[in-house]
Design a protein around this ligand. Structure first.
Ligand SMILES: NC(=O)c1ccc[n+]([C@@H]2O[C@H](COP(=O)([O-])OP(=O)(O)OC[C@H]3O[C@@H](n4cnc5c(N)ncnc54)[C@H](O)[C@@H]3O)[C@@H](O)[C@H]2O)c1
Length: 258
């Protein structure tokens, strides 16, 4: 059940955080794993028994050549996880075209390149998983550029599911909440975000990369052959509504104002 034996899986952004956890889980489940990242992941790949290609997902020629190399070595690509991403915050009044363009290029155009070039080598039964964010499902102040780039991944996933479905290829999207990775640790607002989810999320904590990897493992396997075009939150229930703790905090704040 949920075996990935004999499946050739590519993971982008695999040298850190969630991508690394996904690569680790895939190897444990029996997949042949190929890690793509802009940063050097050679040593990590060796440790996992995977292989590594240095790829910038914003550069179509770079990702196309790497997908061709995987297919030449392994014969095909069964699973493609478009996970590489970058993050920046700014109020709209302080937003720059450069920040928006960078996030669009990595977070939205990157998955498009990954789908386009992995699918050239994908047989029937293939699975593509794109990493969006809870920021595509609900608004957060100062997240406009990031949210817009991740909302594009939701739209891209739905269209790709329609276009590749007749070839027997599934395309799904995950929307993580706050996950304990180097990206979150590097955010200026890391402490505030971590504190907020303890009251705003029903699980009262941030998420572990391994918990995201478990969902990606499920989507990569052929046990869920009827799941495609799905936008799946893995956000500890953050989008469910107001937790009692959040409601109490809001009521207390309101009482202090009156
Ligand atoms: N950490 C969170 O709280 C969180 C929440 C929701 C969604 N996400 C998304 O999850 C994904 C993984 O994030 P993470 O938290 O593991 O981050 P991370 O920073 O730990 O890892 C991201 C990886 O992507 C790579 N990368 C960045 N730009 C690249 C490029 N142009 N080409 C190739 N590789 C590139 C980096 O080198 C890095 O190894 C991202 O798409 C991120 O936006 C993260």
């Amino acid at each position: 059940m949920f075996s990935l034996t004999d499946r050739v899986a590519v993971v982008t952004g695999a040298a850190s955080g969630m991508g690394l956890a996904i690569a680790r889980r895939f190897t444990a489940a029996g997949a042949t794993v190929v890690m793509f990242d802009r940063a050097d992941g050679t040593a990590l790949a060796q440790e996992l028994g995977a292989t590594f290609h240095q790829v910038d997902v914003t550069d179509e020629a770079s990702i196309a050549a790497a997908c061709d190399a995987v297919a030449e070595q392994h014969g095909r690509i069964d699973v493609m996880v478009n996970n590489a991403g970058v993050f920046a915050t700014a109020a709209i009044e302080a937003s720059s075209d450069a920040d928006w363009t960078r996030q669009y290029q990595v977070n939205t155009l990157g998955p498009m390149h990954g789908i386009k070039h992995a699918a050239r080598h994908m047989p029937e039964g293939g699975s593509i998983i794109n990493t969006s964010s809870v920021a595509a499902l609900m608004g957060f102040p100062e997240y406009a550029g990031y949210s817009a780039s991740k909302s594009g991944v939701v739209a891209l996933t739905k269209v790709a599911a329609l276009e590749y479905g007749p070839r027997g290829i599934r395309v799904n999207c995950i929307c993580p909440g706050s996950v304990e990775t180097p990206m979150l640790a590097s955010q200026d607002n890391a402490a505030e975000e971590t504190g907020l989810v303890t009251v705003a999320s029903p699980i009262c904590r941030i998420i572990k990369p391994e918990e995201v990897a478990a969902l990606v493992h499920f989507l990569a396997s052929n046990d869920c052959g009827a799941v495609t075009g799905a936008i799946i939150p893995v956000e500890g229930g953050l989008t469910s509504g107001f937790t009692p703790a959040l409601a109490d905090a809001a009521i207390t704040s309101l009482a202090a104002l009156t």
